[in-house]
Design a protein around this ligand. Structure first.
Ligand code: ZN
Length: 74
């Protein structure tokens, strides 16, 4: 797991905590809250260019408040 701090992230839409960009497995990325379990969907990528786009996409989703809170049953 690798954390990239080079993004402007809004506060967590759930708890106002800090969000951060998380890469997993070198092929997908999401934004996750450091305080609660809220996170965006994963976006997969293959190339460096797709990786950048994927990062921007999840940051955008996060900033729009489109997050999943896993302990809320829906
Ligand atoms: Zn949170």
């Amino acid at each position: 797991m690798e954390i990239n701090p080079n993004f402007v992230l809004e506060e967590c839409p759930i708890c106002r905590g800090n969000g951060f960009v998380v890469h997993e497995g070198g092929w997908n990325v999401q934004v996750e809250c450091s305080d609660c379990s809220a996170h965006t969907v994963y976006v997969e990528y293959e190339t460096e260019e797709e990786k950048r786009e994927a990062e921007q996409q999840v940051v955008c989703l996060w900033n729009l408040g489109k997050v999943i809170k896993s302990d809320v049953g829906e």
